[in-house]
Ligand binder design. Structure first.
Ligand code: BV8
Ligand code: ZN
Length: 256
């Protein structure tokens, strides 16, 4: 439903004494948050996975099978990330932190735009790593922090093996510490907000269900309904860069 279709009272009813939400809002972000910064999404119309399957592009077997194809994909994305700037959704999340309402951001995005927008690093859990870093595919220990996209691909490691992007691929486990931090954030939050994610990738896809099962209100911001929409408290349909700043403004006006 449109943000405008719901009365302010209704939107705020789950947020009794908004002022008491201090550090009480946890946010899960996905690729839809960075769309307005010129970065593509993975699924749906025009998404990255339209021409090549996720396994071909974002798995160890896909990399071993065709490292050049995978590095081509990551190099294109790195070029776009280095040119990208945060958008109104990122800045509205910084505003939430400045208002003392932000618990954590659990992001699936690897573009670093939450940091660039100005959120504190200790508020950001990058569940799937960072696209601007790479490390040795054979784990020799050599890592690269990139400030530009690589010219020559596939990128070779000093040890003679290949470098690989420091992101989490399908079939790879996430950093257990990050999972623990995220679970802790969900269970201590008073409101979970899910922005710009199709909600299909685990383990992050579990967290909204955790919240629902623990009677924590979940507000979703997306341009369309998702697999989560039937479970969440409200789904605000529209581009998050428009709808989410409006929501934050409503909160700011109601902080007691
Ligand atoms: C793991 C690399 C343990 C990083 C990616 C069967 C059942 C359940 C689970 C599994 C299963 N089989 C396998 C699994 C596990 C698997 C999984 O979840 N598979 C799913 C797909 C079935 N998960 C894993 O393997 C994870 N590891 O579980 O470890 C393990 C170990 C061994 C074996 C099994 C398990 C690892 C997951 C890491 C995936 N990495 N890519 C990179 O290159 O970035 S996938 C990719 O999807 C990205 O990581 C991305 O972060 C993630 C989520 O995508 P979204 O962010 O949601 O983006 P998407 O395009 O899908 O959606 C965008 C949304 O935005 C849309 O809804 C759109 O409407 C909306 N939108 C667009 N514009 C806007 C907008 N919204 C608002 N405003 C706008 N303007
Ligand atoms: Zn190496």
């Amino acid at each position: 439903m449109e943000l405008s279709e719901i009365s302010d009272e209704k939107i705020l009813e789950n947020l009794t004494q908004v002022g008491k939400l201090s550090d009480g809002i946890t946010i899960i972000t996905g690729a839809g948050v960075s769309k307005a910064s010129g970065l593509n999404t993975f699924r749906g119309k025009g998404g990255y996975y339209q021409n090549h399957s996720a396994e071909e592009l974002a798995s160890r077997s896909g990399f071993m099978n065709n490292p050049k194809l995978v590095w081509q994909w990551y190099r294109d994305r790195m070029r776009a990330v280095f040119a990208a700037k945060p958008n109104q959704t990122h800045y509205a999340i910084v505003e939430l932190e400045n208002m003392g309402l932000l618990n954590k951001i659990i992001t699936q995005n690897v573009d670093g735009l939450h940091h660039m927008a100005g959120n504190s690093s200790d508020k950001i859990i990058e569940m799937h790593g960072r696209i601007t870093e790479s490390h040795c595919f054979q784990n020799c220990g050599y890592r690269i922090e990139w400030d530009h996209a690589p010219e020559h691909i596939p990128v070779e490691c000093k040890c003679g093996a290949l470098q690989r992007p420091s992101v989490v691929w399908f079939g790879e486990s996430l950093d257990p510490e990050k999972i623990e931090q995220a679970e802790e954030a969900i269970l201590t939050t008073k409101l979970l907000i899910v922005i710009g994610t199709s909600g299909v990738v685990y383990p992050v896809a579990i967290f909204p269900k955790y919240a629902i099962n623990n009677n924590i209100p979940v507000y979703e911001f997306n341009t369309e309904k998702t697999i989560l929409s039937d479970y969440v408290t409200y789904t605000f349909i529209g581009p998050a860069e428009i709808t989410f700043p409006k929501f934050v403004k409503l909160l700011a006006e109601n902080i007691k």
